[in-house]
Design a protein around this ligand. Structure first.
Ligand SMILES: Cc1cc2nc3c(=O)[nH]c(=O)nc-3n(C[C@H](O)[C@H](O)[C@H](O)COP(=O)(O)OP(=O)(O)OC[C@H]3O[C@@H](n4cnc5c(N)ncnc54)[C@H](O)[C@@H]3O)c2cc1C
Length: 281
């Protein structure tokens, strides 16, 4: 798979692992490199990308034929491939796209420190990835692209961010981009307090770390919010995301257009099951 010149704002990239490190016990940082990375772009914030993993026994993921030069139809092309053979697709966040040298950083939450029978393919892959391992990535080639949701309107007075570990890479990136002094309230659920990480920002950020799954709903319910017009960005497990959004809109009077929300995973359901049911792309 090679990157192709295309009318689409996205391209496939053939990348390989340069190094991995545990940045906290349950978060593995994977640094990826590849000859086409200079063409990759990122809008920062919660920039999402698709990764494609090989099945056991494959050296590299089997990808749609992109030689036509257009990645617009990539999803239909990928779906048409045999599920037992095609690259295993998952959605992740560009934690950072570095230059000189060109490196793509992706942080994988591994849902606990020890391998578990419920680990999905991406989690297992991150736990065992070694330098040289090849994966595919579908990523933007233009900084301005439709694959990020954090878009606070100009008149935003303060921000509310909620996440679990799967959305922590996005929160970390969002916080890095905020203007000095912007009042920001952040709630993050982690597996364990040892999974807290530094979140540098120029914003006036108050960060709350929670260790109980789903604790965000109650924490927010009891919180005093700053005065002024808010913008909320809510991501993580689907049921928690829905509950938080409902609370903000129905009980706290947030304008629904000022609440960006995204289910990053669903309890007891694999991404492959969601894809089969047509509930995710
Ligand atoms: C826009 C977007 C951006 C994302 N960015 C990131 C990112 O940067 N880093 C990251 O780690 N994840 C991220 N995710 C979430 C990631 O795609 C899912 O966690 C995905 O399910 C992992 O795939 P898997 O193969 O490990 O598990 P799957 O095969 O999909 O699922 C296996 C089992 O694991 C459970 N599971 C899945 N995720 C979690 C979790 N986080 N905690 C506990 N149990 C879980 C499922 O319910 C299922 O029972 C993002 C998701 C979206 C939609």
């Amino acid at each position: 798979m090679t990157a192709t010149a295309t009318a689409s704002p996205y391209q496939f990239f053939d990348v390989q692992v340069l190094r991995t490190e545990h940045i906290t016990p349950a978060m593995i940082r994977v640094t990826l490199g590849g000859p086409d990375l200079p063409r990759m772009a990122s809008g920062g914030r919660d920039q999402r990308i698709k990764i494609f993993l090989p099945h056991p026994g494959q050296e590299a993921p089997v990808m749609p034929d992109t030689d036509t030069g257009d990645a617009t139809e990539w999803y239909a092309d990928w779906l048409a491939l045999d599920p037992a053979v095609r690259g295993i697709m998952r959605t992740y966040t560009t934690r950072e796209l570095r230059r000189d040298p060109d490196e793509l950083i992706v942080d994988f939450a591994v849902h606990g420190t020890a391998p578990s029978p419920t680990d999905g393919p991406a989690t297992s892959w991150a736990r065992t990835a070694r330098p040289g391992a090849r994966i595919g990535v579908l990523a933007p080639v233009d900084e301005e692209n439709g694959a990020y949701d954090f878009r606070p309107p100009q008149d935003t007075d303060w921000l509310l961010l909620t996440a679990d570990e799967s959305a922590l890479p996005a929160v970390a990136s969002i916080l890095e981009t905020l203007p000095p002094g912007l009042p920001t309230r952040v709630w993050v659920e982690v597996h364990d307090l040892a999974d807290r990480q530094p979140l540098p920002t120029k914003a006036d950020a108050e960060i709350h770390w929670l260790t109980q799954e789903g604790a965000t709903r109650n924490a927010i319910r009891g919180a005093d919010f700053p005065a002024g017009t808010p913008y909320a960005w809510v991501a993580g497990e689907s049921a928690t995301v829905k509950a938080v959004r409902r609370h903000l809109v129905t009980e706290r009077g947030f304008d629904r257009k000022r609440v960006s929300f995204s289910g990053y995973w669903r309890k007891d359901t694999t991404t492959d099951e969601l894809i089969e049911r047509g509930e995710t792309a």
